[in-house]
Design a protein around this ligand. Structure first.
Ligand code: ADP
Length: 407
């Protein structure tokens, strides 16, 4: 028997090796562990840094079984895992967190909408689309525009289409012919988008972080503001309670991110669910006593959960997106210049090739004043993305931040 300290540590296996797995691995290291990943591609962000990489995809059951062997718990960095394979693992005695019954609600938007409606939670009006006429019928009742969605397989707004009128509904015929399962929803008039992130352990312990605002551009989250500015404390508490209730009702183990719309009348409605570390929780690495990545490990291993108190009054996470044009400087040079201007900005790069609009990293800024923190995060992310300062700053135009740092 191997009596080395490493052999006595639990192994968490994460299906998928993207940036979420990469950052979970960082948290695992601090706990004396090392994440095992199932990687579709050796160049995936976590496959580049984890020593325990199993090549394969979750649709390959033999590969999935071999990966799960010896794992204390198996969890996910994405939802694209066939239900039958998850059930095969559970039947073989593997601890899968979240289990397939819970995860289904993050895999299938129609199943999720029906379940949440059954729980009496407010959501957009919706219906399944079986034939093209269903969309026109729904619009006759709820008005144009409507939002058409692929029930399965979408992410970052791919698989979501705003249809303004009956002419645009031609798309429905094409998607149905291609076998895409569809639903249609009313287009919600909203002030902004929010997210409520909670964790729940198999034991049943649960913890919630402050509700955040997720700032969207072109269907993609660009910034996360923690806590959501100006949100009524009672409404925020209500959103946390709703997320905890969904986690308990659905039997979620690990993290649950509830994406919310704040309607123009102030009511919060659920957009969708994710059961894994989530972009809306990256701010917790520096901005909370326990990061979402550590908490996910603690939850799937059924450890006591960590404190979720924020470490600053205002925390902003900004995604670093691949630029439309290739930047003139290497990423390393951009990081160097960023640090010279903003010594306090924390950078997380995912080891991904830069392509337009692709999330290749994020920055986090902490402070007292949300507007100031947000402005710094926006500058930092734009610089890393494009090698251009949106405010025209140059190293010669002043070094105020460095002066402040020295003082
Ligand atoms: P994905 O699974 O690709 O993240 P979402 O269901 O979260 O897709 O939708 C992506 C974005 O589309 C949302 O963040 C929101 O901006 C917009 N959206 C989705 N559903 C609606 C809706 N019913 N009404 C208005 N906007 C919507």
């Amino acid at each position: 028997m191997d009596a080395s300290p490493a052999a006595r540590q639990p192994i968490v296996g994460m299906v998928g090796a993207g940036q979420l797995a990469r950052m979970t691995h960082q948290a695992a290291i601090a706990l004396g562990q090392s994440l095992r990943v199932l990687a579709a591609d050796p160049a995936d962000p976590a496959a580049l840094v984890c020593p325990d990489v199993h090549p394969g995809t979750p649709s390959d059951l033999p590969a999935l079984r071999a990966f799960a062997r010896g794992c204390s718990a198996v969890t996910f960095d994405h939802e694209q895992v066939p239900q039958e394979n998850l059930r095969a693992l559970v039947d073989a005695g593997v601890r899968v967190h979240p289990g397939p019954d819970a995860l289904l609600h993050a895999q299938d938007k129609l199943v999720m909408r029906r379940r949440l409606a059954g729980l009496g939670l407010a959501g957009p009006a919706f219906t399944e689309v079986r034939e093209p006429g269903d969309v026109a019928g729904f619009a006759a009742e709820h008005g144009w525009p409507v939002v058409l969605k692929a029930a399965r397989g979408g992410y970052d707004g791919r698989g979501v289409w705003l249809l303004r009128n009956a002419d645009e509904a031609q798309l429905v015929t094409e998607l149905l012919a291609a076998g895409t399962p569809l639903l249609v929803e009313e287009a919600v008039s909203m002030r902004r988008e929010l997210a409520a992130l909670v964790a729940r352990s198999p034991f049943g312990q649960a913890a919630a972080w402050p509700v955040v605002e997720t700032v969207q551009e072109d269907g993609q989250c660009v910034q996360v503001l923690a806590p959501a500015p100006g949100l009524d404390p009672d409404v925020a508490a209500g959103a946390q309670e709703m997320a905890l209730r969904i986690a308990a009702e659905l039997g979620v183990t690990g993290l649950l991110a509830v994406e919310l719309f704040e309607r123009t009348d102030g009511v919060l409605v659920v957009n969708e669910l994710a059961m894994r570390p989530h972009n809306s929780g990256h701010w917790t690495i520096e901005g909370s006593r326990t990061s979402q990545f550590e908490q996910h490990l603690r939850a799937v291993l059924d450890y006591p959960l960590g404190a979720t108190a924020p470490t600053a009054h205002a925390v902003v996470m900004a995604n670093v997106l691949g630029a439309a044009r290739s930047p003139v400087m290497s990423m390393d040079e951009r990081v160097h210049h960023l640090f010279a201007r903003f010594p306090d900005v924390k950078v997380h790069l995912y080891g991904k090739a830069e392509r337009p609009a692709r999330k290749v990293g994020h920055v986090t800024v902490l402070g007292d004043d949300m507007a100031a923190v947000r402005a710094r995060a926006a500058l930092a992310a734009a610089w890393l993305s494009t090698a251009e300062w949106p405010d025209g700053w140059s190293p010669h135009s002043g070094s105020r931040e460095q002066e402040v740092q020295r003082a």
